[in-house]
Design a protein around this ligand. Sequence first.
Ligand code: EPU
Length: 405
Amino acid sequence: MHGSVDISGSKNACLPVLAACLLTAETCIIRNIPALSDIFSMIDLMKDLGVTVETISNKSIRVQARNPRSVVDSTHVNRIRASVCLMGSLLGRTGEVAIPMPGGCVIGARPIDLHLRGFQMLGANVSTFDSNIYLSAKTLIGNKICMSGKCGPTVTGTANLLMASVFAQGKTVICGAACEPEIVSLCNFLTMMGAKIDGIGTSTLTILGVEKLHGCEFTISHDRIEAGTFLILGLACAKELVVNGISNSESLINPLLEAGADMKIETDKATIKKTENLRCMHIITSPFPGFPTDLHAQISVLMTQINGVSILEEKIYPERFGHVPELVKMKANIQLNGHSEIVNGRCDLHGSELAATDLRAGAALYIAGLLAKGETTVTNTHYVARGYDHFNEKLRAIGADIHEV
Ligand code: EPU
């Protein structure tokens, strides 16, 4: 495989930015929107709330939330977990929200206790009944809120509290805030809308409530998880691959370089080649700037190609191992030990019939299939379409032989 790939806009930056458009009655223009089923579901959900969303050009939309409904009962709500971000924006904008409780998912339990406790601390009434969440507040009042749980800070929880607190009276301090680039992006968007936020990019965010936000234009940054997926693919099997759009990828690039990857980094682009004799890795997933859990399954495939024993510890989602039985079907030698994978390499992967169990596991199976001898079939590819923009097309353009059946 060889060639170059352009990384699309970030799913996890785009979803909260779309939710934040509900904080103003004015028009927002959002550029570099990725073509993903999760984004389309979010847009459908916003339309069901009475929000006008128009496509203005390739990858750009115009959003106007003149008078959004606060009851989220759309059929689209269960399709995307990030619909939880509507809680913060609707509570901030309308003072009340009714929304179905998000369920667990295939990467494990995904509680929202920290979100709900945070809303309560801003003075909202929070109740749950019959799998629905009800939030209401005549006035939200600034407070000091901690967003850190036993697995670290919550990303969408921090986004929710940011959106709820922009109109809260006085000062809100979010300590233990997530520092992920997607939170920085949301803070930048809110600031462009007129919010007053200090400490952007740190674990302490201070928000001074304002009366009103206004519309603005905003460009979504590159998807660091898509970039990471292509970097891993390039290292595993490309003659030469240029990945354009690698901002915020240091937490992947540094361990790859330490393992001996043949990779040249220039401003926002990396040229990477399949490298023989990579050194064994010991990766621990953790909140930003640590190694992202959303690259866990993909790096696990790379580890199967390294001589010796590599270790992969999962610290964010203790059940994120859906890819392991599938890789074992391909003759990978991986043992699970608690919340860690012990990967014995190097092994030849064999083409097999595989099923994606979630978005990132699905992407990992594509990489494994491209590495394997013979043909691999991956089912449940709708998971992959949730988070990878034109994945099959991008892979074909760099030499992959992929057919949709
Ligand atoms: N947690 C709690 N209580 C809460 C919220 C979270 O205990 O109220 C725990 C979770 O169980 C988990 C940890 O805190 O162990 C972190 O979860 P977090 O809330 O940060 O996850 P999230 O905001 O629901 C976002 C991304 C995920 C990504 C995680 C971690 C979006 C839309 N989703 O989820 O992305 O894995 O942060 O970085 O931003 C993906 O794109 O494939 C994906 C799953």
